[in-house]
Design a protein. Structure first.
Length: 193
């Protein structure tokens, strides 16, 4: 800003001299016979130009400088971001080229890993199936044993009941009261374990 203001008088003087030098040729071309410098026109032109330059320096130039600074900062940041993105892209490209170079090894390693995982999973499933089959077999044996005990108890109870019915009928038909008492005692001793 100071540089502009320091150069302002030189610019005004240069402008005034150029207007003064161009004045006689312009008047002669127009057919006027005026000779000399039109001081009044030169003064108003100088004042208008000075006012214009002052308004520009006072109001427009600070906004332009601010915009230029912001634009400079934005461009620098964008360039830095672009450079960073380029570096990251180069690193990513390098990594992918390295991975592609090692792709066959990676595929072989993955195949071995998958085969090992499948073998472990197959073994685990077989062991789990064996445990499940063993558990089912044990449950079936327990169920069969429990059912056999229940049936034996039912059969025993039914036999006891039928034996009692038969014994009662026989006792009623053939035996006296003394025979009945003795038979019941003997039967109860045999039935009891």
């Amino acid at each position: 800003m100071k540089r502009i203001l320091c150069r302002f008088p030189y610019a005004c003087l240069l402008f005034a001299v150029s207007v003064a030098a161009a004045g006689p040729e312009q008047h002669a071309a127009g057919g006027h016979d005026h000779h000399g410098i039109p001081w009044e026109t030169l003064f108003f032109t100088f004042v208008n130009f000075s006012l214009f330059v002052w308004l520009l320096a006072r109001y427009v130039w600070p906004q332009v400088r601010l915009w230029l600074r912001e634009r400079h900062t934005t461009v620098v940041q964008e360039l830095e971001a672009a450079a960073q993105a380029r570096r990251e892209a180069e690193e990513l490209r390098r990594q992918w080229e390295q991975r592609l170079a090692q792709l066959d090894e990676e595929i072989a390693r993955l195949r071995q890993q998958v085969e090992a995982d499948l073998a472990r999973e197959r073994e685990r499933v077989l062991q789990q199936a064996q445990r499940a089959a063993e558990a089912i077999r044990r449950d079936a044996e327990r169920t069969v044993a429990a059912e056999m005990r229940r049936m034996e108890e039912e059969l025993r109870a039914e036999l006891v009941q039928q034996a009692m019915v038969i014994a009662r009928d026989l006792i009623r038909r053939h035996w006296s009261a003394a025979d009945q008492a003795r038979a019941v005692d003997e039967f109860l001793r045999q039935v009891q374990p």
